[in-house]
Unconditional design. Structure first.
Length: 165
């Protein structure tokens, strides 16, 4: 993996508003699909803010018409087709660590689910303490249409949504 470029660094916009940390997923042309850089950066920020007493709240939102359309796994697929599974293993290991940290986070986290939320985008939002949906929210786990079991903890959080089961 290479060092992040300026374009990579713009993929997660980090703002401080009073005692809140606002994280904006910023790949609107790709519907904020999660790159390896994004999941790594989010994991780093959540770890750092866990011990930062100045941060009392974390808000996660997306720029554009999607919160997050899932993982951007093009590089994973490309490498796997070439016989190299390491990047895929690293990508998903990092993403699942982020999901776990968000699920066990000690500080309130609010996910603003405006627009498209799919697959890995569900993992980057549903594990937080509070989720806000809008009239524009479209939620899906598209991997199930391919016969795959939904990941990112979906079997856990979907079965526990209020009003179901």
């Amino acid at each position: 993996m290479t060092s992040p470029s300026k374009l990579d660094e713009d993929q997660v916009v980090v703002e401080r508003k009073l005692s809140a940390r606002v994280l904006t997923l910023n790949r609107p042309k790709q519907l904020n699909a999660l790159s390896y850089y994004m999941v790594s950066k989010l994991l780093e920020i959540f770890h750092d803010d866990e011990g930062n007493s100045d941060v009392k709240l974390v808000v996660v939102k997306g720029n554009g018409r999607a919160f997050c359309a899932g993982g951007d796994v093009a590089a994973v697929v490309r490498d796997a087709r070439g016989g190299d599974w390491r990047f895929g293993a690293i990508f998903f290991d990092t993403e699942y660590k982020l999901n776990y940290l968000m699920a066990t986070y000690s500080k309130p986290q609010v996910s603003i689910l405006n627009g498209i939320v799919m697959g890995g985008g569900a993992g980057a939002s549903m594990h937080g303490r509070f989720r806000v949906v809008t009239e524009n929210t479209v939620f899906a786990m598209p991997e199930t249409a391919l016969g795959l079991f939904p990941d990112v903890g979906a079997s856990y959080f979907l079965s526990r949504l209020a009003g179901f089961f």
